[in-house]
Design a protein around this ligand. Structure first.
Ligand code: ZN
Ligand code: ZN
Length: 146
């Protein structure tokens, strides 16, 4: 992402927070912009190291609280299988999350397939299961790495 894109994303996040009455504190804002600059996904402790540049007294709870907030707002997706975080580039709407995770360079690409989403939801429904959220993580090698 370019700096321009990052700035636009940040402005979009600010607007959404304002509309929702959510507070984008300086630490939350800083974590957001670190994630925006990141190429792939990043773990909480690497995030903390970067956050300390701007917020020297940042502690693990600082980062986890910020990440919780950013996830609640839908700005950030957690990648459970690698315990890392990635910024969502289209967070203005709720959407099913399907992620392609490169095991070599760590690049994460988000795709949105309504077909996959619908198929899973229908099969779950057949089991009497109500799906609240879906995150699909696919591991492999990206275009640059294979
Ligand atoms: Zn997303
Ligand atoms: Zn790769």
């Amino acid at each position: 992402m370019t700096n321009q894109d990052n700035k636009r994303l940040m402005q979009k996040a600010e607007r959404l927070c304002e509309q929702r009455g959510a507070r984008l504190t300086p630490a939350r804002r800083e974590v957001f912009s670190i994630l925006a600059e990141q190429e792939g996904a990043i773990g909480a402790y690497d995030l903390l190291d970067k956050l300390k540049v701007a917020v020297p007294n940042a502690k693990p709870p600082t980062i986890y609280r910020a990440l919780d907030f950013l996830q609640e707002q839908g700005f950030v997706h957690k990648i459970t299988s690698s315990n890392s975080y990635v910024l969502c580039s289209h967070f203005d709407h709720q959407h099913p999350v399907q992620m392609l995770i490169c095991e070599s360079c760590g690049n994460v690409q988000e795709i949105q397939s309504e077909g996959v989403y619908e198929a899973l939801r229908r099969q779950a429904e057949d089991q009497g299961f109500v799906v609240k959220s879906q995150v699909i993580e696919a591991h492999g090698l990206c275009q640059q790495c294979h």
